[in-house]
Design a protein around this ligand. Structure first.
Ligand code: FMN
Length: 177
């Protein structure tokens, strides 16, 4: 019976790749999507990983945190956010990216229980987005004064910030908490 649980979700697969790497490196960890988790009673460490979408974790991850909010206060918690903006920057007077993406995930967690946190780069592939996300990206470009059409997304390059070594280092630190 494992003492560690990794709960993650993904929309386009990059967080799943990272979850796979973590489980390969860590071995004694159960890896589940939020809807597969019935109880967290047996675990002492809960690792929560979510991609960032428009400054929000995935809904399923927020719901998981809400569902187990009392029990999470009794656990050691590690978090990682998967995103495109791995470095902090300022956008329209607002601090975004990097550790600010972590703050988004931390919002509803008992922060005193967080023993480890990491910002990990994901993959942004404009060619595979669903209709809703295509619209979101087109709107984003329009907000920053760049007018693009949905069809243009097909010609935009994929941004791949996956970094296996960084994941490995994260797991090395996880093993010590
Ligand atoms: C519609 C949309 C909104 C996004 N919003 C953000 C964002 O606010 N901040 C950020 O750093 N990355 C953002 N990203 C990039 C994703 O977090 C990144 O592609 C991540 O790897 C996706 O994870 P997944 O493949 O596991 O779903 C966004 C991507 C899309 C498609």
């Amino acid at each position: 019976m494992n003492d560690n649980l990794l709960v993650y979700d993904t929309k386009y697969g990059s967080t799943e790749i990272i979850a796979g790497w973590i489980s390969e490196e860590m071995k004694d960890i159960d890896v589940k999507k939020p809807e597969e988790v019935e109880s967290i009673g047996q675990y002492s460490l809960i690792v929560i990983g979510s991609p960032n979408y428009d400054d929000n974790p995935m809904k399923s991850i927020s719901e998981f945190i809400e569902r187990f909010d009392q029990e999470l206060k009794q656990k050691k918690i590690a978090i990682f956010v998967v995103c495109n903006d791995v470095e902090e920057s300022e956008y329209r007077g607002k601090q975004i990216g990097g550790k600010f993406n972590l703050d988004i995930l931390k919002k509803d967690l008992p922060t005193e229980n967080i023993v480890l946190e990491e910002v990990l780069g994901g993959v942004f592939n404009p060619k595979i987005l669903n209709e809703e996300d295509q619209n979101r990206i087109v709107n984003f470009f329009s907000e920053i004064g760049k007018s693009i059409k949905k069809e243009d997304l097909l010609f935009m390059p994929t941004v791949n910030k996956l970094d296996r070594l960084q994941c490995k280092n994260f797991v090395e630190r996880l093993k010590k908490v």
